[in-house]
Design a protein around this ligand. Structure first.
Ligand SMILES: [Zn+2]
Length: 399
């Protein structure tokens, strides 16, 4: 290393529990800050980069490049090259990832040893851990059995240790997953009595530190099953949130937990049925209201002509539907909708011979600055202004 500065030497492998460390700034660039040594784990292997403070400035992410140089992404750094800075990890964030990572090894190990299911890829998010498997389906009972088995291993307090192997000696162990790194110095993570695998991530020192392992669901990805889990404090929060939601729904539906789904399903179905009934009733009212007006309507060449300033609680769509049951009808209806005026013109049957809407459209719509269209016999749209202006123009055309 003579003549070449140490580039963010990773102290975290030797001391994964170190939460703060003094380091010297080697360089600052748009790619990030390089320190002579660091406790910040860079994003990789399904684990997100560390966050915290560097020299009192916010560290938003840690990454590494292909040459294993670690970059600290610091917001508005106030320090300069050669200065000493204090690294302070967001320990809650880091520890949760160490818990999730260890839990993932235990779960993947048990999935393989107990159920013959291989892990294809893993991801540790802010709140959940996902394991993509090679299985096309995994029954719920298996997922719950796995959850129980992992929790048993947590309670069994297995130590987690590291071994460095040559490529040959690591291959001889016949691990469940092929070794992805080349050359010697293969770092193996051993969850004693449970799982051994090559991994460059950070883990807790004992399975009991995982605390709690919770199966939180599954989804299909590329035709395979991806399992979703929560770990530690996040798992407790997730379970408590689910309980609180279930309790609130129980109160809302006045049902005990075991009947909640049935009662809620019935309520949803009832609401849908009520909505359909309400729609039918509204259509019926629109039809009756139109009929009242048709009975009293002035006639033009044997065709009733209706002009209608519609109340807010009736819908022009329902009125349009009702028009279709008349053999001949000329209708101009409008209603206020906030700042807008909604309009409907219907020229049913012989009414189309009395008024050529496409030809009269521009003059009619100009009365209320309206736009719209449609096809015979129904035309509709929206404008602004006084609907009376449209009604007068319509009456004049049919006079
Ligand atoms: Zn790992």
């Amino acid at each position: 290393m003579i003549g070449r500065p140490m580039l963010s030497y990773p102290v975290y492998y030797e001391q994964p529990y170190l939460t703060s460390l003094e380091a010297t700034v080697v360089s600052l660039s748009s790619k990030g800050v390089i320190l002579d040594r660091t406790i910040c784990y860079p994003e990789g292997g399904g684990q997100s980069g560390d966050i915290g403070l560097v020299g009192g400035c916010t560290l938003v992410d840690t990454t590494k490049d292909d040459e294993h140089t670690i970059y600290h992404h610091v917001e508005n750094p106030t320090f300069k090259e050669g200065e000493k800075v204090l690294i302070e990890l967001d320990w809650k964030h880091r520890y949760h990832f160490m818990q999730m990572h260890t839990a993932q090894h235990v779960a993947s190990g048990l999935l393989f040893s107990e159920f013959g299911i291989q892990t294809v890829s893993v991801h540790q998010g802010q709140s959940i851990l996902t394991i993509e498997t090679d299985a096309l389906q995994i029954p719920l009972e298996t997922c719950h059995l796995l959850e129980d088995l992992v929790n048993e291993q947590i309670l069994a307090s297995h130590a987690v240790h590291y071994e460095v192997h040559t490529q040959a000696s690591a291959q001889e162990l016949g691990l469940r997953r092929s070794i992805k790194v080349e050359g010697d110095g293969v770092r193996l993570v051993v969850v004693e009595d449970v799982d051994t695998i090559a991994c460059g991530g950070l883990h807790v020192a004992n399975t009991r530190e995982i605390g709690l392992f919770h199966y939180a669901g599954q989804e299909k990805i590329r035709s395979h099953i991806r399992l979703i889990f929560a770990v530690g404090e996040t798992a407790r929060k997730m379970i408590r949130t689910a309980e609180a939601v279930a309790a609130e729904l129980g109160t809302l539906f006045s049902a005990p937990l075991e009947e909640l789904v049935t009662v809620a399903t019935q309520a949803v179905e009832q609401a849908a049925s009520d909505k359909r009934d309400l729609q039918k009733a509204q259509e019926r009212i629109a039809s009756l209201e139109l009929d009242k007006r048709v009975q009293k309507a002035a006639m033009k060449d044997g065709v009733p002509v209706v002009v209608w300033d519609v109340d807010a609680d009736l819908s022009l769509k329902d009125i349009g539907l009702a028009v279709l049951s008349y053999p001949d009808l000329a209708l101009c209806a409008a209603k206020q909708d906030g700042q807008r005026v909604l309009w409907l013109i219907a020229l049913q049957g012989r009414a189309s011979e009395l008024l050529d809407f496409p030809q009269a459209k521009q003059a009619l719509l100009a009365t209320i600055n309206a736009k719209g269209g449609g096809k015979s016999p129904l035309y509709q749209g929206a404008g602004t202004g006084d609907p009376e202006a449209l009604f007068s123009a319509f009456r004049e055309r049919l006079a």
